[in-house]
Design a protein around this ligand. Structure first.
Ligand SMILES: [Fe+2]
Length: 578
């Protein structure tokens, strides 16, 4: 058995792969600790991997950390040292925290799981991303991997040619500190949103912006592509993310774009500063799409591959994927369901598997979008107690519960789901979701604003079958797999009724989900379609700012903290008493 682990920089996580190349389980630490963005050593995740599979440390052949910590540490220190004394704070922070950084991860392995530290190996950061994406591809050889993120252990973007899982050759890289991911995070910060959380908001806000506006054009000058050297270039004089622990940009950016937005002032469409912020977001989005197209075009030039894996944090920019799919040389783009750093635990686990004697003949099974075993929390008595005190069980039988839930949806109710396995990535695909009739404007608005308290400029995703999606949206077969994990937006068909759907964004796009056969939403849609409902609005089951629900207790807590009244669970359909 093989474990992959991430941590210390982004949400930490752990994954388990068995001796046959099957992903057994994957946990993100924040799901278990309930601390949003938990980046501490993922001891809960590793412990749960061992317990849920009934194995011990002696059964683990190798454990792989998802990056080379010393390389990451030295790259940051080296770059900062060029900018003394401005970077003194960052350098001091780096050295003071040396013992608490990923460089010392073996100490945490030894502390929490004695013996596991002797089995520790390290994978290259972008290789971990690549192997995560490769696992979700049907083909395991002769494919190109593009990774674009904030910062790996030495570079911020890379192109690799995959001959087979044992022969992955990196052909191009973008060295730190030039970084498309950190650029986007900087604009996120400038616009008053939290880095690593607010990038989705910038993407949603961009749809209100004007590409021809002065602000959008000014943004386009911050980064570019040098056609002679085939390199991304960046005017670093506007950025401080490589010099400071607290500032991602400096006063020069504010002189260029105006004052950074005050995060404590709500951003409402129609308000005085809204259009300026939207134009800046538009500029950042346009520049991102432009550079991604350049990277993919260069990737095709140097690999001649027409099939691509795409991973790293920037691949979560779902609004850019439709544009990439239109590049003339693209046959297919695969994005894993967890393409950011937490998902690297999956790639790291496969790395240790591929390096072992157990690996042979491309034997890597494509994981499900819902890999975890059915979750029964240790405190299941707590769930039963909460249910008996605060809920009524409307229907206990599973079939009846789904039928009743569909009836409630058909009359405009919003339903929460805690069904079977967790989703792998950050997007709720129906098992930990808030759902309602996707064409019912009042229900979607209630879900979005009253229950979720989301920003008014962020749309809710519509989920449906492929045959239904074809009627309303311009689908691209090159990114069909991306639609299954909500990784790509698409445009509504011209003059189509879908332009009026409440799940359609202001720019006539939607982040659709094509539901998997035999999934929870597939089962629900088969009932709803008999009631004339073919589209479900789907959002993650959580309170704004919390991690997505992991188990039934978390789902019950959402009910108690919001106006959500109904919960569809493996124990039946529940209704909150008050
Ligand atoms: Fe990364």
């Amino acid at each position: 058995m093989f474990i992959g682990v991430t941590g210390y920089n982004h949400e930490s996580s752990a994954a388990l792969v068995d001796n046959n190349g099957v992903l057994v389980n994957f946990y993100i630490e924040e799901s278990l600790s309930r601390i949003k963005g938990d980046k501490s050593f993922p001891w809960r995740s590793i412990k749960k991997l061992l317990e849920s599979s009934n194995i011990e440390i002696k059964d683990i052949e190798r454990v792989a950390f998802y990056e080379r910590p010393l390389s990451a540490f030295l790259h940051i220190v080296k770059e900062a040292s060029f900018h003394m004394p401005r970077s003194l704070g960052l350098l001091t922070h780096q050295f003071r925290n040396f013992n608490r950084s990923s460089v010392s991860c073996y100490l945490d392995f030894a502390k929490f799981f004695r013996g596991l530290e002797t089995k520790l190996i390290y994978s290259d950061h972008h290789l971990s991303h690549t192997l995560t994406a490769l696992a979700y591809s049907n083909s395991k050889k002769d494919i190109c991997s593009v990774v674009v993120d904030g910062f790996g252990d030495r570079s911020t973007a890379s192109i690799s040619q995959i001959v087979d899982p044992t022969e992955i050759n990196e052909l191009w890289e973008c060295p730190y500190p030039v970084s498309l991911g950190l650029f986007y995070s900087t604009i996120t910060d400038y616009l008053g949103f939290a880095i690593n959380e607010g990038e989705y908001k910038v993407m949603g806000l961009a749809s209100f912006g004007d590409s021809k506006s002065k602000s959008a054009k000014l943004i386009s000058g911050l980064m570019g592509w040098d056609s002679n050297s085939n390199k991304i270039i960046s005017d670093m004089s506007y950025f401080d993310y490589h010099l400071s622990t607290s500032n991602s940009f400096n006063s020069k950016l504010e002189e260029l774009l105006g004052p950074a937005r005050n995060p404590f002032v709500p951003l409402i469409p129609g308000d005085s500063d809204f259009q300026r912020c939207a134009d800046i977001a538009r500029g950042a989005q346009d520049l991102t799409i432009y550079l991604l197209r350049k990277i993919f075009t260069h990737a095709y030039k140097i690999t001649r591959s027409r099939r691509f894996l795409f991973s790293g944090g920037v691949s979560m920019n779902s609004a850019s994927i439709d544009s990439l799919a239109q590049l003339p040389f693209i046959d297919e783009i695969i994005i894993p369901p967890s393409p950011g750093d937490p998902g690297c635990a999956i790639g790291a686990a496969f790395y240790s598997y591929i390096k072992s004697n157990s690996y042979s003949d491309l034997n890597i099974s494509k994981p499900s979008l819902f890999p975890s075993l059915k979750e029964i929390r240790n405190d299941e008595f707590l769930a039963e107690e909460i249910i008996s005190n605060e809920f009524t069980v409307l229907e206990k039988d599973k079939e009846d519960a789904f039928l009743k839930a569909a009836e409630l949806i058909s009359v405009g109710e919003v339903i929460g789901t805690v069904l079977s396995n967790n989703e792998t990535g950050p997007r709720a695909l129906g098992n930990r979701s808030l759902i309602c009739d996707g064409k019912n404007k009042d229900a979607v608005k209630y879900l979005n604003t009253v229950i979720k308290n989301r920003s008014p400029f962020r749309p809710t995703a519509p989920a449906m079958r492929y045959e239904i999606a074809e009627k309303y949206y311009k689908l691209r077969p090159e990114i069909y797999e991306c639609y299954k994990s909500m990784s790509a937006t698409c445009k509504c068909l011209k003059d189509n009724v879908s332009l009026e759907f409440p799940t359609t964004h202001v720019d006539g796009t939607a982040r659709i989900q094509i539901v998997e056969n035999k999934s929870s939403l597939d089962k629900l849609l088969s009932i709803l379609e008999t009631m004339g409902i073919e589209i479900i609005a789907n959002s993650s089951l959580n309170v704004s700012g919390d991690p997505t629900c992991f188990d039934l207790v978390d789902g019950l807590m959402v009910c108690s903290r919001t106006k959500l009244r109904y919960l569809l669970t493996d124990l039946g359909l529940l209704k909150r008493k008050t």
